[in-house]
Design a protein around this ligand. Sequence first.
Ligand code: SDX
Length: 426
Amino acid sequence: MASNAELIVDGKSYSFPTLEGSEHEKAVDISNLRDQSGYVTLDRGYKNTGATQSAITFLDGEEGILRYRGYSIEELAEKASFLEVAYLLIYGELPTQIQYDAFATGIRRHTLVNEDMRKIFDGFPVNAHPMCVLGSLVNAMSAFYPDSYEGNQNTDLHITRLMAKLPTIATWSYKRSQGHPINYPKNELDYIANFLNMMFALPVEDYKVDPVVAQALNVLLILHADHEQNCSTSTVRLVGSSQANIYSSIAAGVNALWGPLHGGANQEVIEMLEEIKEGGGDVAKYIDMAKNAKTTGFRLFGFGHRVYKNFDPRARIIKKAADDVLSKLGVNDPVLEIAKGLEEAALNDPYFVQRKLYPNVDFYSGIIYRALGIPTNMFTVMFAIGRLPGWIAQWKEMREQKEPIGRPRQIYTGSTLRDFKAMGER
Ligand code: SDX
């Protein structure tokens, strides 16, 4: 690899150092570009721009590889629990039994949410979108734990509180939307069983956690746990770089994830598949609409990815899990066959092949969530529960690396200097 890169502009040559990561990704370090040449770079959407160096997650978009701290997503999804993966992402190593027990016990002991948070929750309209509620209440946590921004950071305690309380808060919207009483966490249950119990238990009958459902959720949360510098994670790092507290930084990530081009896509996919089903299942019509997006404005949600120009490895695992879970639960969901038909048609269509558009993590996940009894408007909340350890790990790394405050440059295209005109002269 070249040890430096040369830029020749305005007849002058500038040299910039290059660097290579542990997986041989290459970069040109342009930290001094403007000081040396007076030029900045322009890279809309940061398609070619690295924001940081990170040791948490590696993904190779061409090869369809995803690893957390060096462990393959395939192995983690098959052999690990979600809390083990959360510990791995946040603290860098798979936990020993003692470390795991301390982490899980700490989380168990913080699942209760301050009752005053319910007063904030009660102020939302009944049909408030669960992502709006989640982002607001996660941000509100900084008001209940001011030591998150006053002096002593107690970072590990706030990490425990976030991991413990986000699932509890997440269930509130669902219970109220059903007109059912909110359930309190039960400390004798493990992380996923506790979430399922808070979601589906009713005071009028016992609720038994189905191991098939719990295992499916374990895999889904692991697959969503981190994804290097995606939109919401970059948001968490940018907000955290101003020294904003961890709750406000994570809340910013929740809000970024909500967008339909990002985590909100899993809800859009199911709504799209339902529309196709209601319309008679004419997959070809929707493929054509997607190909003529400039006139139809239609996008095939769950397809395409900024980094993956091959299959999203998570989509492969989720697609297989969808078949397994639905057959084990005896669920026959016609949209699964429509999804497979759509995938088949797209993967054989030159428009998608040329643009390397493959199913992404959101394409099949909603089909499993629905089979687990989770309503569509809660799908992105499930994504947030999964992504939380990744956001935390990236925020923690940014702080430990003492990253400077993020402040991108721009190219100004507005009016040049002009004199003020009194109202009567305009
Ligand atoms: C997630 O970054 C991450 O890691 C995100 C994520 C994570 O784990 O954090 O993986 C989670 O957000 C997955 C993506 C979920 N979003 C969707 O499924 C929404 C549908 N997909 C797209 O909107 C799009 O593919 C993006 C937003 C995901 C990526 O957009 P890019 O990289 O900016 O690509 P682009 O919009 O410039 O598209 C390139 C071309 C365009 O065509 P041309 O202008 O060249 O003619 O591909 C076309 C686009 O029109 N295209 C699509 C398409 N996605 C891109 N055409 C039809 N359907 C699509 N879904």
